[in-house]
Design a protein around this ligand. Structure first.
Ligand SMILES: *Cc1c(COP(=O)(O)O)cnc(C)c1O
Length: 385
């Protein structure tokens, strides 16, 4: 009897997990209830309270940055990051085609235009050498000091690499490239809290970067996000913009620009403080699960478990299987069989350039992103597994 690749994968997943499994579930086994109760007991549930400051301070310390500003969600964090990076109407922003839709939406909120970049097979994130060649082909540095797209006549204002499924992108050559072209570097670190490259936490290389604490991320505040930065002035500006640009005063209301109500409520920050205390434990468990997957798929024909890039310590937020190219046609059969067996799996996102609202946006060749999209499968990754 010949066994299909679907059967082999279902078998390996069931042996590894020993149970039905969701893709990513939160774990609340620390001081969540205690901190939440404190919010209720003191009535500080909303925009005032000690947990927001505490969460921001602990987050900045953990990520090794000067300042963290907690906000309502990761998309809001990205939107503010782009404003802080000076992205304006009709600018272009380089983003990976292989990302969650929020990366492109944040660009659109600034009335700017996404410009899609290809991925690397080693990191799943933006490929520095391909981006370098593309910029050499389409961009020019004008006398105003900025990089302009010669084909579209628009300024290329920012570049937003994303740490895909928690695996750190190759940030140093990207930072070097952005420096050379005077393009602002913003990191979408929504998926990579707890991931390091060369001992340095993700999100600390750009001008500013965005985290997410949505319910499916490595830690959750229910809904939430944060902006990280090593620039004090940008941190202060992020706080100001996210809190309606109100000028601090004991009783007067004065707002000195159009700000946003993007602040994180104290209730959510309380959850965040408790979750952050558990992060080291989550990381240990997720890395142990990744090792079990690596062993289970070691030597299996037609499929490979994706390991962290060289020099990196990944949070393994969402584990990744890559079918061999000759089995890409069986991807949907694998998704069908695994979900039917109660082991939740998902394909990669539809590439952003294939979504109707972004179909006309400029793009480089996306051969690697398309290849990854065709054969990538996310498998259960909760810390409790
Ligand atoms: C989760 C996520 C976001 C957005 O976060 P929300 O908190 O859901 O708004 C942005 N970018 C990427 C890559 C993400 O995975």
């Amino acid at each position: 009897m010949t066994s299909t690749i679907s059967e082999a994968i279902v078998g390996a997943l069931q042996r590894t997990l020993g149970t039905k499994a969701a893709l990513h579930e939160p774990v609340f086994a620390g001081r969540e209830l205690e901190y939440l109760k404190e919010c209720l007991d003191t009535t500080f549930v909303s925009s005032v309270g000690k947990f927001v400051d505490l969460f921001e301070a602990r987050l900045a310390e953990y990520a090794g940055v000067k300042r963290a500003v907690a906000v309502a969600n990761g998309t809001a964090a990205l939107h503010l990051c782009l404003e802080l990076a000076g992205v304006r109407q009709d600018d272009e922003v380089l983003i990976p085609a292989l990302s969650f839709v929020a990366t492109a939406n944040a660009v659109a909120y600034c009335k700017a235009v996404p410009h899609f970049a290809d991925s690397s097979q080693e990191t799943l994130g933006m490929c520095p050498s391909k981006l370098r060649d593309h910029l050499d082909a389409v961009a020019e540095r004008r006398s105003d000091g900025y990089a302009w797209n010669r084909r579209t006549g628009r300024r290329i204002a920012a570049c937003v690499p994303m740490h895909t499924f928690g695996h750190p992108v190759d940030i140093e050559p990207l930072a070097e490239l952005c420096g050379r072209w005077n393009i602002a570097l913003v990191e979408d670190a929504a998926e990579s809290l707890g991931s390091f490259r060369d001992g340095k936490h993700t999100g600390g290389s750009g001008l500013v970067s965005a985290l997410s604490f949505n319910g499916n991320k490595i830690i959750t505040t229910g809904g939430g996000g944060a902006i990280l930065t090593n620039h004090e002035a940008l941190g202060a500006k992020a706080k100001h913009l996210s809190t309606t640009a109100k000028v601090p005063h004991p009783w007067a209301f004065f707002h000195d620009q159009i700000g946003y109500n993007y602040r994180m409520p104290n209730l959510n920050a309380a959850l965040g403080c408790a979750q952050l205390e558990e992060l080291p434990g989550f990381l240990g468990k997720k890395r142990a699960l990744a090792s079990r997957y690596a062993a289970a798929f070691d030597g299996m024909n037609g499929v490979r478990f994706f390991r962290e890039p060289r020099g990196c310590r990944s949070n393994y937020w969402l584990n990744v299987l890559l079918l061999d190219r000759e089995h890409a046609g069986e991807r949907d059969a694998v998704l069908e069989a695994t979900n039917k067996a109660g082991v939740m799996t998902r394909p990669a996102w539809t590439l952003l350039n294939q979504l109707p609202m972004y179909a006309e946006c400029p793009s480089m060749d996306l051969g690697v992103a398309m290849d990854l999209q065709n054969r990538l499968i996310n498998i259960p990754s909760s810390a409790k597994l």
